[in-house]
Design a protein around this ligand. Structure first.
Ligand code: GLN
Length: 489
């Protein structure tokens, strides 16, 4: 485990310096590319580094500044994109063999918005194949390693994006969260990670896993960087029918309001399974918010613990349908065979990894005639019960605090052959995907082996701003207790 001397420059500061002409975007990007060169051989955060494009884009940004034009709120900020976000003319693989050679004909809406805000894309990051996993070990590109300890996983499925920020290969990165894939790796890598309210960010150009659960969000070093990143990508998009009809989220303005009078909920019947170091940090987070003026209230959520079970019916059901399009005809690789049906089978047999096949089988089974009501139908009813629990809890509390991950980063290989153990990583994150409410993980000190612990803040739909206020308060507390902060570059 390595520690580091100085704090990474924030995206907010980088952009300000570039806009004010104090720093050149080309120098900034060179510094980040040099770090990637030096250390990504070991970390494997990237499936693809876009060095030439990044330098070209940075030069354009500098040119705009010299002409007196404003390149935008993320001017010259090095940004990494999870490799399930479509980038026009740039390979997008979902870390799957099946998409080998495919280049999307269009950009995801978030990609367009980031580019328009002045971001400089440094690369596409590694993930669990099609975002199915919690360790980034299910990747055709090999596992990503945790920058804090390279014998350990970075979490998943957005492990490459989390590691890229933790190692300061990018100032900000983006991932997708279907059951915890932003918040859990953020916790394990010691960075901020946000799953916004469902529909706040367009999913156009995000390769779908579970369409009713998927949401794109940022990873960042600080809460205010995450706020700017999320403001940039959020807001209505007519290209996504589930996108909420309202403008961008407004988060930065209220960050410093504090938490005086805020009601912070403690879930008294939270599912067991968190390790004692994580529980201690959660208690410390309650204390920190109480000290800052918040009121801690008890809430009960009896259906919370059924989230995982419902998710492993609903998410695979949606995935089995979404992944039907990868058939060797329209995208990526094809295994030749004498007739069309055997070509589909051969391509999918060769192209998909074991976890993806497991999900397709689970989902197809849950949706089959005769089982539909017993499995998928009942899972949807549980989803409703969980939503009712949240509604009752949010009548008493403004936000809820839970662990983001039950443990600190575990060793590579530890859970790779035990799917259930891997699934349990998302016990605390999944319920808010089922309801569409926002959630985020904030680094809050360290646990076992000096590894980062993340505290999860949950809030009602479209109360992302309140969630960020609580996050900022936790961050301020940590800044005043510097000795508990770890970093990884
Ligand atoms: N780990 C969960 C799964 O494997 C969640 C993944 C995600 O959020 N994309 O399904």
């Amino acid at each position: 485990m390595s520690s580091m001397s100085d704090q990474p420059t924030t995206a907010v500061d980088l952009a300000r310096n570039v806009r004010d002409g104090i720093a050149k975007a080309v120098d900034v990007v060179d510094e980040y590319l040099a770090r990637i060169d030096e250390r990504d051989g070991e970390i494997n955060a990237f499936n693809l580094v876009l060095a030439d494009q990044a330098r070209e884009r940075a030069a354009e940004i500098d040119e705009m500044v010299s002409l007196g034009r404003d390149p935008g709120p993320l001017a010259g900020v090095p940004v990494a994109l999870k490799d399930n976000l479509c980038t026009r003319g740039i390979p997008t693989t979902c870390s799957s063999k099946i998409l080998a050679g495919w280049e999307p004909p269009y950009d995801a809406t978030v990609v367009t918005r980031l580019r328009d805000a002045g971001a400089v894309f440094v690369g596409k990051t590694n993930l669990d194949e099609f975002a199915m996993g919690s360790s980034t070990e299910n990747s055709a590109f090999g596992p990503t390693r945790n920058p804090h300890d390279t014998t350990r996983v970075p979490g998943g499925s957005s492990g490459g994006s989390a590691a890229a920020v933790a190692a300061n290969f990018a100032a900000v990165s983006f991932g997708s969260d279907t059951g915890g894939s932003i918040r859990q790796p953020a916790a394990l890598c010691g960075v901020v990670g946000v799953k916004p309210t469902y529909g706040a960010v367009s999913r156009l150009g995000l390769i779908a896993f579970g369409s009713s659960l998927d949401q794109i969000g940022p990873f960042a070093h600080t809460v205010s960087d995450a706020a700017v990143a999320l403001e940039t990508i959020s807001g209505h998009d007519p290209g996504d029918s589930t996108s909420i009809q309202q403008g961008p989220l407004d988060l930065s303005r209220t960050l410093d309001l504090g938490v005086a009078g805020l009601r912070v909920g403690r879930i008294t019947d939270l599912p067991k399974g968190a390790s004692s170091d994580v529980e201690e940090r959660l208690e410390a987070a309650f204390d920190a918010l109480r000290e800052a003026g918040a009121e801690i209230v008890d809430v009960e959520m009896p259906a919370f613990s059924y989230g995982l079970t419902a998710y492993y019916l609903i998410a695979p059901a949606e995935a089995s349908s979404n992944l039907a399009r990868f058939d060797g005809v329209r995208f990526g690789m094809r295994t030749p065979a004498p007739d069309t049906n055997s070509m589909y089978t051969a391509t999918r047999t060769d192209g998909f990894g074991a976890e993806v096949k497991r999900r397709i089988m689970l989902g197809t089974y849950a949706l089959s005639a005769g089982y539909y009501d017993a499995y998928y139908g009942r899972a949807q009813k549980v989803r409703r019960l969980i939503a009712n629990d949240f509604a009752a809890a949010y009548a008493k509390a403004d936000v809820l605090l839970t662990p983001a991950s039950p443990t600190v980063a575990f060793a590579l290989g530890d859970k790779a052959s035990d799917p259930l153990a891997m699934y349990l990583c998302d016990t605390y994150t999944i319920p808010s995907n089922l309801t569409g409410d926002p959630g985020m993980s904030v680094p809050f000190g360290t646990g076992e082996h000096g590894l980062p612990v993340g505290v999860q803040i949950l809030a009602p739909a479209l109360k992302d701003d309140v969630m960020f206020q609580a996050a900022a308060a936790l961050e301020r507390h940590m800044q005043n207790h510097q000795d508990q902060i770890v970093s990884a570059s």
